[in-house]
Ligand binder design. Structure first.
Ligand SMILES: Cc1ncc(COP(=O)(O)O)c(C=O)c1O
Length: 240
């Protein structure tokens, strides 16, 4: 809401967290959703991004590791997307919500880590609901350009007013405490990922890539649907 005027376009690589397009629509913006399927690891290429950018583009929204696929944006592809985005004047939002639920040996990469030139037009967001299992506390935080953060504060000050002081205290403790319990939790999540992904891949017509983070398993069931005689294109409703 702080960034989008009616008609502004927001690029949301698909598959995406289900709330993103509605957030854009609530701000009267237009979601533009380049798609990356399983064959490309659910990650759009810099070329796809460049093709999606228009003079109306106001914001690029990236999320890594991604809800729902668990796919990470690795440093080279983050750098590639950043270079494709650099030429346009739009802002960026990098959603690092699952930063701590991440199992790759290479370090977690956020957009400004890979492309520091984008620092002055990137809002990096995070929160305590995933890493600390504090979903109900409704506490998120972000860093970004002063004028965007000031506009966000103005909007929040007239809507939810503030994050409750109790949640703020709890989040301070979570962020500053010994993080061993987070490591234990994410190790457990990885074991569960392995069980779930193995089980999904053992089903006829189902394929599932192991996510590099998050706590989701995103299975491709198109072969199973085709085997039932149903069309898998979203526009077709025919079956048998
Ligand atoms: C990618 C992503 N960003 C942000 C959020 C918001 O998290 P919350 O509002 O629970 O702090 C979620 C929650 O599912 C998410 O998956």
């Amino acid at each position: 809401m702080a960034l989008i005027d009616p008609g502004d376009e927001v690029i949301i690589p698909a598959p995406y967290w289900v709330s993103y397009p509605d957030m854009v629509l609530l701000a009267d913006g237009l979601p533009v959703m380049p798609f990356a399927g399983m064959a490309q690891g659910y990650k759009i290429t810099p070329r796809q991004l460049a093709a999606a950018i228009t003079p109306q583009t106001r914001l690029l929204l990236l999320n890594s590791p991604c809800n729902p696929t668990g796919a990470p944006t690795r440093t080279p592809s983050c750098a590639g997307l950043g270079s494709a985005a650099r030429a346009s004047a739009h802002s960026h939002r990098h959603d690092d919500m699952y930063e701590k639920i991440y199992w790759e040996p290479e370090p977690f990469c956020s957009l400004v880590t890979a492309v520091p030139e984008l620092y002055h037009r990137t809002v990096t967001i995070n929160g305590v609901s995933k890493a600390y299992a504090m979903t109900g506390w409704r506490l998120g935080y972000c860093g970004g350009p002063k004028e965007i953060i000031a506009a966000m504060s103005t909007i929040q000050g007239q809507s939810t007013s503030n994050a409750s002081s109790i949640s703020q205290k709890a989040a301070t403790v979570a962020l500053n405490a010994d993080q061993t319990c987070v490591t234990r939790m994410t190790e457990e999540f990885k074991k569960r990922r392995d069980v779930v992904v193995r089980a999904l891949n053992s089903l006829p017509g189902v394929s599932c890539l192991p996510g590099s983070g998050t706590f989701y398993a995103f299975a491709d069931v198109s072969r199973a649907i085709s085997a039932l005689g149903c069309a898998t294109t979203p526009s077709s409703r025919s079956c048998f």
